[in-house]
Design a protein around this ligand. Structure first.
Ligand SMILES: [Zn+2]
Length: 307
């Protein structure tokens, strides 16, 4: 019996050892196979490649040139090209009105009616910096005009003031104070562009180049102011201007442009009557006709004037 007992005990021990051995072997294969299987699943389903959630945000576009917009109007590339810039857009709504009106919506509608009025005259080509509700940086807008070799740049905005009684349109051109920043911007571009208004800068020493830039910019400011004067003249009796409607300021969007450029504040979005007018088809048609007349006269006189 003791022998039998010991045999039985030995039998249990041997079984346990065998079971432990099998377990170890199984574990040695199954665990790595399971890990490998899980890893393969992770890779095949793509879960190992991307996180389960994605946060998207717009990177600043300063390093990337925006796509060039469609040029509309006559196919003849010798016709002057007017770039119309609808202010704001996308996550930048601009100023807002008393009824929740957004400047970016008004500016796009006004830019579109101005485009239609210019194209209807049949003499100029037109491109809009934006056709829809998208965000463009100010340098993007100027860059579109430069890359398209535009002859004229018109940025359309709506004004806003603390005083809800403030009304009327105004036209801005770049101020003298903007001129040195402009010269800086031109200098920064020299690696890509070696001409300013047709004046080749290559081979000139710095002092001469600076004088040429200053002369060129002085001429651009004068031409821009001439266009602003024409807009006021043509608009008289058609829509109301604010007091002293011709202004000069260091607008960033105008700063790096070496072509005639104006920024039109069509009216005050902060004023109920102005915002109502800016939304009315009749007023918009008058606005567009006035600017289209002024632009056509301006471009006709520019083509007669030697550069
Ligand atoms: Zn604005």
């Amino acid at each position: 019996m003791p022998g039998a007992q010991s045999t039985r005990t030995g039998g249990w021990g041997a079984r346990l050892r065998r079971a432990a051995g099998i377990c170890a072997i199984v574990a040695g294969f199954v665990v790595p196979a399971g890990v490998l299987g899980a890893w393969l699943y992770w890779q095949v389903t793509g879960r190992g490649m991307v996180p389960a959630y994605v946060i998207r945000f717009d990177l600043p576009t300063a390093q990337r040139a925006p796509d060039l917009p469609l040029i509309e109007g006559p196919a003849d590339a010798s016709r002057p090209l007017v770039v119309i810039d609808a202010g704001h857009g996308g996550h930048d709504p601009g100023a807002s009105g008393p009824g929740g009106e957004q400047e970016k919506v008004l500016t796009l509608a006004l830019a579109q009616v101005l485009r239609d009025a210019l194209i209807a005259k049949g003499r100029v080509r037109v491109a809009l910096t934006r056709h829809d509700d998208r965000y463009l940086t100010l340098p993007d807008r100027a860059s579109i005009a430069r890359r398209l070799h535009a002859d004229l740049f018109v940025s359309v905005h709506a004004d806003a003031a603390e005083n809800p009684a403030a009304i009327g349109a105004s036209v801005y051109t770049l101020s003298d104070r903007g001129s040195s920043a402009l010269a800086d911007a031109v200098a920064a571009r020299e690696n890509h562009v070696d001409q300013v208004n047709g004046v080749a800068l290559g081979g000139q020493d710095d002092t001469v180049s600076q004088v040429l830039i200053d002369l060129s910019q002085a001429r651009m400011r004068a031409r821009s102011q001439a266009l602003a004067g024409l807009i006021r003249r043509e608009g008289q009796g058609h829509f109301r201007f604010r007091e002293d409607p011709l202004q000069q300021a260091a607008f960033v969007v105008l700063k790096s442009l070496d072509l005639p450029s104006v920024l039109v504040e069509a009216g005050y979005i902060s004023n109920r009557e102005d915002v109502r007018l800016m939304q009315s088809p009749q007023w918009r048609a008058d606005f567009a006709q006035t600017l289209a007349r002024a632009i056509t006269i301006f471009l006709a006189t520019q083509s007669e004037t030697p550069p």
